[in-house]
Design a binder for this molecule. Structure first.
Ligand SMILES: [Zn+2]
Length: 294
């Protein structure tokens, strides 16, 4: 009996790039629950899954587009580039790697900074781009964050940091580590000036970034399911030689252990930030009043 569905001809090989069930750009399949949605719907949900709530990694540009009113913002230090302080060579010389990464990503470095309005409230935002060398913190990242904090201080605006980073940029070694001290010092000045700093940790936030500015917020908040940690789970498991608790280093685990203030769904982020900033502003107003009344 012949089967209708058996391939009779041998040696038919479909090239991998033609095996996709759907054309690129039309459909999104959730890697967690495999639910399929149209790209239009996926974008409407800010790249989260409508079924299981999985948060896809998005870029700085996307955060800017939905956090700032009407997607309007003014970018700070948009053209700043990395130098090659150590003449670092791995598989490629570092300057070549930078040029290639700039070309493939269309980005200048792993962070973008901007100011604009969030539901009418002025705000400075620094958001990291993971696809630029793993969102690693080199001199440009540190310098841009430091300048964005300075801008917030000069204009009396709150500061929001959106972290997504593998940590320090090894090609810049010590220069990279210096950025931790520099950004932390600037944040201390912001705090002295009485201006709020909110740190949003997204997937993944690890290494030197977790050890410095990402955990220094007046509020440290995270997206659901984000990996948060100093070293990756595999490295820790190998080091301590023990199995790690389930969900170790997920945002939910970190929250449960008291290191986060709350977890926020990306779709609620703008509203929650507005509520938080309004509350902080009102608090500040009351403080000033009682100070003048006394
Ligand atoms: Zn899903």
């Amino acid at each position: 009996m012949s089967s209708w569905f058996n391939r009779k001809e041998k040696g038919i090989v479909t090239p991998t790039d033609q095996k996709k069930e759907t054309p690129d750009g039309l459909w999104y399949k959730c890697p967690e629950c495999k639910t399929v949605a149209t790209m239009v719907e996926h974008r409407r949900l800010l790249s989260t899954c409508g079924n299981c709530g999985y948060h896809d990694r998005i870029e700085a540009a996307e955060y800017f587009s939905f956090l700032f009113d009407g997607g309007r913002f003014e970018e700070l230090d948009a053209d700043m580039h990395s130098a090659d302080p150590l003449h670092f060579v791995d598989t490629k010389a570092y300057p070549q790697r930078l040029v290639a990464t700039e070309k493939s990503t269309g980005l200048r470095d792993a962070v973008r900074t901007a100011h604009g309005q969030l539901n009418g409230l002025g705000l400075v935002v620094a958001a990291m781009d993971f696809k630029f060398i793993g969102g690693s913190m080199g001199s440009v990242v540190g310098e841009k964050i430091a300048r964005a904090i300075d801008y917030a201080r000069e204009h009396r605006l709150p500061f929001l940091m959106i972290s997504r980073s593998g940590g320090a940029r090894m090609m810049e070694a010590g220069f990279s580590l210096m950025q931790m001290a520099k950004t932390s010092a600037r944040l201390a000045l912001l705090s002295e000036a009485g201006l709020p700093y909110i740190s949003l940790l997204t997937d993944p936030t690890t290494g030197g970034v977790t050890a410095s500015f990402a955990m220094l917020g007046d509020f440290n908040i995270a997206e659901p399911g984000a990996l948060i940690g100093f070293a990756g789970p595999r490295v820790i498991k190998e080091t301590i030689g023990k199995d790690l608790p389930k969900g170790f280093q997920s945002a939910e685990f970190v929250l449960e252990h008291g290191f986060l203030d709350f977890i926020v769904d990306r779709k609620d982020l703008k509203g929650r930030l507005h509520a938080l900033l309004s509350m902080l502003q009102a608090g500040k107003g009351a403080e000033t009043e009682s100070a003048t009344a006394g």
